[in-house]
Design a binder for this molecule. Structure first.
Ligand code: GLN
Length: 486
């Protein structure tokens, strides 16, 4: 079966030209053929997916319609889908089977989407390349010697390689946007709170958001439309204004749209090839009557430090639950005693990057350092959010690079955590500010894709998607697909 957008498949299903069962069979075949090379998938349950597909076909034949009814979707393996193992890319969860559905998964299932796989990720979503997975790392379908970007590596690869038209990832500081840029797909980090976090394994709770991934903004909106809205199980969740417009997303009128270009994001360090793709993309907007306005986000230079102080602090607290007592791996303890068992389990089960963050975060939160590091970072976070607020007094949206460069070779940054952290320089500020932002394909440089990031004010997610849809109605970068062989 040829690769198609979710929208194409939606029309085929609604017209009765396609069956969900045939789509799911084709998707599972594609995984079997390609995944020995790409390593995007950690688990499938073919019987269950096919059963769900047959049920969706029955609903379709009965005349029922929803934006996702019968469409295959893959789920990052830090989201609970009951009955399937959930690893979070870590050995410490060996043997853990999800006992319930995450709210976003539950809403997708109710609307008739068909989960077909759990996907690879950096361990507990910590990473920018996919290489920190405890399992074989996912590979970039454009060039398997390169990383796909992380941490939602498997979900993005699954869409780029045509396993499924839709995927869910999570974005704490860029984890759907960065791999989307490296693999030529479109991904949204919604306003903080718009998608429930219930059932998403916590990394840094004040930053974590579920993010949909697809070929186009229109496809993203299909999945997003059935998941949005407040959830009594997540006290930080909120309703999204205008959500009813998502299922049939229109293209925004770009005439007069004021697009802010943050000076600090177009500075040294941005690869020239990526820069020129951005310039061409911006000309597309200008050609439709949008106005480009230079703005300043002066506290950008503190964003990486602020993010990695707050993120590691929250990580050190959230990950204390993985102790071998309640679930997952339990190391044997020859000396006996619970503290020894806990220490051995964590030593055996957790990878180096996760340990590094737990140590750093514990240090930041410790007596004597709390005010100097954690409190200071909270204050810097407020200043970073205030920069965006000031910019949105002058412009409607912001446009920027997603990352300074394109996909890099395996091993290029694993020995130097700081250089890995710097890949996130343009994605962490919006996460700190809780703003909606997306990455969409802007073209190719030296044969590799790179994305452009659009950022909007809080709760402007619908407009942001409409602007992306307008851009994608005028360009074809997002329709380029990699050549793959088994
Ligand atoms: N790369 C960032 C980190 O390692 C972001 C990860 C994420 O968004 N989950 O923290």
């Amino acid at each position: 079966m040829a690769l198609g957008t979710a929208m194409d498949w939606r029309e085929g299903l609604d017209a009765g030209d396609l069956s969900s069962e045939s789509l799911v069979r084709a998707a599972l075949d594609r995984i079997r053929t390609l995944d020995a090379t790409l390593h995007a998938v950690l688990a499938t349950d073919e019987t269950r997916s096919l059963e769900l597909a047959r049920r969706a076909d029955t609903r379709l034949r009965a005349g029922e319609r929803t934006p996702v009814l019968g469409l295959p979707i893959v789920l990052k393996d830090n989201l609970h889908w009951s009955g399937l193992p959930m690893t979070c890319g870590s050995r410490v969860l060996d043997g853990y089977v999800a006992p319930y559905d995450a709210t976003v998964v539950c809403r997708l299932l109710e609307a008739g989407a068909i989960p077909i796989a759990k996907t690879n990720l950096d361990e507990f979503a910590m990473g920018s390349s996919g290489e920190y997975s405890a399992f074989d790392a996912a590979r970039n379908p454009w060039d398997p010697s390169l990383v796909p970007g992380g941490s939602s590596s498997g979900s993005v690869v699954a869409v780029a390689a045509g396993y499924a038209p839709l995927a869910l990832g999570s974005d704490t500081g860029g984890s759907v946007r960065l791999p989307a840029s490296f693999c030529n797909v479109t991904a949204l980090r919604p306003t903080y709170g718009v998608l429930s976090r219930y059932g998403l394994t916590a990394m840094a709770s004040s930053l974590d958001q579920v993010g949909p991934i697809a070929t186009t903004a229109q496809d993203l909106a299909l999945a997003f439309s059935v998941m949005v809205g407040g959830d009594p199980l997540d006290s930080t969740s909120v309703d999204l204004p205008g959500a009813e417009q998502l299922a049939s997303l229109r293209a925004a009128d770009l005439k007069g749209l004021r697009i802010g270009l943050p000076r600090e994001y177009f500075a040294d360090g941005l690869e020239p090839g990526v820069r020129s793709l951005l310039d061409s993309a911006l000309r597309v907007f200008e050609g439709q009557g949008a106005r480009l306005v230079e703005v300043s986000l002066p506290h950008t230079r503190y964003a990486i430090d602020t993010y990695y102080l707050l993120c590691t602090s929250e990580v050190s607290s959230n990950l204390s639950r993985f102790d071998g007592v309640r679930y997952g791996l339990r190391a044997s303890s020859p000396e006996g005693g619970v503290p020894d068992m806990i220490a051995r389990t964590r030593d055996l089960g957790l990878g180096d990057e996760v340990k590094r963050r737990i140590l750093l975060g514990t240090f930041c939160l410790s007596k004597g350092y709390y005010d100097a590091f954690y409190m200071k970072a909270l204050k810097a976070r407020t200043l970073i959010a205030a920069d965006f607020h000031a910019a949105f007094a002058q412009v409607d949206i912001l446009a920027s690079p997603v990352s300074p460069g394109t996909a890099f070779p395996f091993g290029a940054k694993t020995d130097d955590p700081l250089s890995m952290y710097l890949a996130d320089v343009f994605t962490v500020p919006t996460a700190l500010a809780g703003l909606p932002c997306l990455s969409m394909p802007a073209g190719f440089t030296s044969g590799l894709p790179a994305g452009i990031q659009l950022i909007g004010p809080a709760l402007s997610d619908v407009h942001l998607l409409e602007v992306a849809h307008a851009f994608q109605s005028l360009t074809r970068h997002h329709l380029e697909t990699p050549t793959l062989s088994a």
